[in-house]
Design a binder for this molecule. Structure first.
Ligand code: ADP
Ligand code: ZN
Length: 646
C-alpha cells in the first residue's frame, strides 16, 4: 500500500555484521584447535631394551620419568643444520600451529625396573619426574566455553531462521525489541492536495494538523486533544495516504506500522514492541503514529474461540500506552481498519481512538478528482476525458483508479505512443476489472457462438426493459480473470438508491444470459455461474434486508457483517424462517428467469441478428448494438458505467 517505505534508521545492521564476523572467527579457531588435537603426532616409541641399549652406548641426554612412560631425549647422531625458529612463538599460540615432535625425543613404556635410577646415575644422565600440573580447572573452563559457544551459535542460527519466518521481511529480530518494522519518515512529502475526493475526512483531520502545529493553543484553554482517530473504510481508499498527509501538513515525523507486525508467536513480544514504539515516538514528538490494519490487534477480546494471550497482551499494552502518554506533547495516533465492527470496545473509548473518520469509496466527483491527481503524474493527451472514465468506474477505490492510470501509461508505451490517450484509459479500465485479453485461448466455434448469444441475451434484456441501464460495449474476447465475454453497461447518472423494480430488472438481465442459451440451443452451460451468484445475492438481500417481499414485509432477516470487505451477511432468524427465506428467494429468481425467457422469445429475431453480428466481430460498441436493435440509426448510451456481466 505504501509506495515509499523507508528503511528504518534504527535497523541493527551494524551489530549483525559484527556478530557474524565474531561467529565466523570463533568457528575458525575451534576447527583449528580440533584439527591440532587430532592430528598431533606422538613421538616415536621404542622398546625398553632399546632404551637400555641407548643408555649403555651413552646416547641418552635426558630422561623424564612420567607416571606411565619414560620420555627420552637422545643425543643426536649429527647436528641439525639449523634450529627451528618456531620455538620462538609464544606458548599462547602454540596450539594454533600443528607441531611435529622433535626427532630426537622418543618414548618407552615404564617397566617396573628397580635398577633404573642406579643405571641412570651410573651413566651420569640427568633425569626428572615432573610435577603433573593440575589442569582440571583449565580443562573444565575450556569445555564449558566450548559448549557455551556451540549453544550460542545454535541460538543465533535458530533466531535467524525464525526471524525469516516470523519477521517476514527477514533480518534478525530482537527478542523484545522492535522488529525494526517501524517505518519512520521525517518528511512524508504528502499533503492534503494529494488526497482527492475525501473532503469530510480531510475536514476532520485538519483539527489534528492544527493541534500538531501549535499544541499550546489548545492546552492554554484547557482543552485536551484527541489522542487518536480511527480511519475506517474499504481497502485502497487512501487511509494510509491521509495519515501521511496529516504528518506532511503538520510537518511532523511519521511512524507507521501494521497491526499484524505486532502479532507474534511468542507471548509478550507484541507488547514490548508497543512499548518500544511509544518510547521512540515520545522521543520524536510531535509526531504521528499510524497503525494500519489495527483490527489485527484490536479485535474484540470476547469474540474469540479460546484465548489468544499474545494478542490480548499486545492490546492491553496498547491501551495502557494510549492512556499513559501525555497528549500535550503532540503525539497523535491514527489507526486504519476496514473491519470496524470487530474492534474491541475498549479501543474506541474516549481518550483512545475516540474519533472515527469514514473514508468511503469515491463518488463520481471523487473519482474524477482522484483521476486528475494521478493523471498529473503521467503525460496525458489534452483530448482525454477523465469524466467519462470516472463514469464507467463506479465502485472503484482510489487505489484502483491510480492503478488504472498506470496501466493506461503502460498500454500507451506498448502502443508506442508518446502520451496517454483515451483508448489507453479505456483498455486499462477493462484490464483492471476483467483482466488482460487472452488472445491465445482457442474456443471452438460452438462455444464462441454460445458465448455470443449469452452476452447478447444480457444486452437485449437490458435494452428492452426501460428500467435497466443501457449498453456500452459487448465483447466475447476472453479475459484473464476468467470471463469469456461481457457486457459493459452504463447508467446516465450514479445511483445511490435502487427501487424494487430496478432490482428486479437487473435480475432479469442477469438471468437473460442463460435464458438465451436455453431459447436458442436448448442447453445449459457453466458460463452462467457468475450471473447466478449475483442474482441470488441480489434477490436474497431484497427479501432479507430491504423489505421488498410481501411475505416478510419490513422484517430484517439478515445483517451485514463486514460491509467494507466482502459484505458477508449473517442470518438472524430461526432455521425455519431461514428455509422460508430461501423459498422466497427461489420464487423471485424463477419469476425473473421466466420473464427473461419470454422477453428473449419475443425478440428472437433481434437475438439471432445481434448474436451472429457479435460472433463475427467479437467486440461491438453500444452504438452498433443500438443500430441493429432498432433496425436503423439511433443514439446509443451517452455515458457508460462499467458494470461487468460475465
Ligand atoms: P488504504 O490505506 O486505504 O488501503 P492507501 O492509502 O494505501 O489505501 O492507497 C493506496 C494508493 O491508492 C495510494 O498510494 C494512492 O496512490 C491511491 N489513492 C487511494 N485513494 C486516493 C485518493 N483519495 N486520492 C489520491 N490517491 C489515492
Ligand atoms: Zn452472463
Amino acid at each position: 500500500m505504501d509506495e515509499n517505505k523507508k528503511t528504518p534508521p534504527n535497523s541493527p545492521r551494524f551489530p549483525n555484521v559484527v556478530l557474524l564476523f565474531v561467529a565466523a572467527f570463533s568457528i575458525f579457531l575451534l576447527l583449528q584447535m580440533l584439527w591440532n588435537v587430532f592430528s598431533r603426532e606422538e613421538p616415536r616409541q621404542i622398546l625398553y631394551s632399546e632404551f637400555v641399549a641407548y643408555l649403555e652406548s651413552e646416547r641418552v641426554e635426558l630422561v623424564i620419568v612420567r607416571p606411565d612412560r619414560l620420555e627420552i631425549t637422545l643425543i643426536p647422531e649429527y647436528e641439525p643444520e639449523f634450529e627451528s625458529e618456531n620455538n620462538q612463538i609464544s606458548d599462547l599460540f602454540a596450539w594454533l600451529i600443528p607441531q611435529a615432535p622433535p626427532e630426537n625425543v622418543v618414548h618407552t613404556g615404564r617397566m617396573p625396573d628397580p635398577r633404573l635410577r642406579e643405571m641412570l646415575d651410573e651413566h651420569n644422565i640427568e633425569y626428572d619426574a615432573p610435577i603433573i600440573p593440575n589442569t582440571m580447572l583449565r580443562n573444565t573452563l575450556l569445555h564449558m566455553g566450548f559448549y557455551v559457544l556451540i549453544i550460542f551459535l545454535m541460538l543465533l542460527f535458530i533466531r535467524r531462521m525464525m526471524g525469516g519466518i516470523i519477521g517476514g521481511k527477514g533480518g534478525i529480530m530482537g527478542f523484545g525489541q522492535s522488529n525494526a518494522k517501524v517505518y519512520m519518515e521525517k518528511k512524508t512529502g504528502v499533503t492534503f492536495d494529494d488526497v482527492a475526493g475525501q473532503e469530510e475526512a480531510k475536514d476532520s483531520l485538519t483539527e489534528i494538523v492544527d493541534f500538531l502545529h501549535n499544541p499550546e493553543k489548545y492546552t492554554a484553554i484547557g482543552a485536551t486533544q484527541p489522542k487518536g482517530a480511527l480511519l475506517v473504510g474499504p481497502p485502497g481508499t487512501g487511509k494510509t495516504l491521509l495519515a501521511k498527509a496529516v504528518a506532511g501538513e503538520a510537518g511532523v515525523v511519521f511512524f507507521s506500522l501494521s497491526g499484524s507486525d505486532f502479532v507474534e508467536m511468542f507471548v509478550g513480544v507484541g507488547a514490548s514492541r508497543v512499548r518500544d514504539l511509544f518510547k521512540q515516538a515520545n522521543q520524536q514528538s510531535p509526531c504521528i503514529i499510524f497503525i494500519d490494519e489495527i483490527d489485527a490487534i484490536g479485535r474484540s477480546r470476547d469474540s474469540q474461540v479460546g484465548s489468544n494471550d499474545e494478542r490480548e497482551q499486545t492490546l492491553n499494552q496498547l491501551l495502557a500506552e494510549m492512556d499513559g502518554f501525555d497528549s500535550s506533547k503532540g503525539v497523535v495516533i491514527l489507526g486504519a481498519t476496514n473491519r470496524p465492527e470487530i474492534l474491541d470496545k475498549a479501543l474506541l473509548r474516549p481518550g483512545r481512538f475516540d474519533r472515527r473518520i469514514n473514508v468511503e469509496l469515491p463518488d463520481l466527483k471523487g473519482r474524477i478528482e482522484v483521476l486528475t491527481v494521478h493523471a498529473k503524474k503521467v503525460k496525458m493527451s489534452e483530448a482525454v476525458d477523465l469524466r467519462r472514465i470516472a463514469m464507467i468506474t463506479p465502485g472503484a477505490a482510489g487505489a484502483d483508479l491510480a492503478n488504472m492510470i498506470n496501466e493506461a501509461a503502460l498500454h500507451a508505451v506498448r502502443m508506442k505512443r508518446a502520451q496517454v490517450e483515451q483508448e489507453d484509459l479505456l483498455e486499462a479500465v477493462e484490464v483492471v476489472i476483467a483482466g488482460k485479453e487472452k488472445k491465445d485461448r482457442i474456443m471452438t466455434e460452438k462455444e464462441k457462438r454460445i458465448v455470443a448469444y449469452h452476452e447478447i441475451g444480457h444486452a437485449l434484456a437490458r435494452t428492452a426493459q426501460k428500467d435497466a441501464k443501457p449498453v456500452e460495449k459487448i465483447t466475447i474476447v476472453p479475459r484473464t480473470k476468467g470471463s469469456l465475454g461481457y457486457v459493459l453497461a452504463a447508467p446516465e447518472e450514479e445511483k445511490f438508491m435502487h427501487s424494487k423494480d430496478e432490482m428486479l430488472a437487473e435480475i432479469i438481465v442477469l438471468m437473460a444470459g442463460r435464458a438465451a442459451e436455453e431459447v436458442v440451443f436448448d442447453t445449459k452451460t457453466t458460463g452462467a455461474s457468475n450471473d447466478i451468484e449475483k442474482a441470488t445475492q441480489m434477490a436474497r438481500s431484497m427479501v432479507s434486508m430491504y423489505g421488498m417481499s410481501e411475505k416478510f414485509g419490513m422484517m430484517g432477516l439478515e445483517s451485514m457483517q463486514n460491509r467494507y470487505l466482502d459484505g458477508r451477511t449473517v442470518l438472524q432468524v430461526s432455521d425455519q424462517t431461514g428455509a422460508e427465506l430461501d423459498a422466497e428467494v427461489r420464487g423471485i429468481i424463477d419469476d425473473c428467469y421466466k420473464k427473461a425467457l419470454d422477453l428473449l422469445r419475443e425478440n428472437k429475431d433481434k437475438l439471432n441478428n445481434l448474436a451472429e453480428y457479435l460472433f463475427n466481430k467479437e467486440t461491438i460498441t453500444g452504438e452498433e448494438f443500438m443500430e441493429l436493435y432498432n433496425g436503423g440509426g439511433s443514439e446509443a448510451s451517452a455515458d457508460a458505467a462499467l458494470d461487468v456481466i460475465i
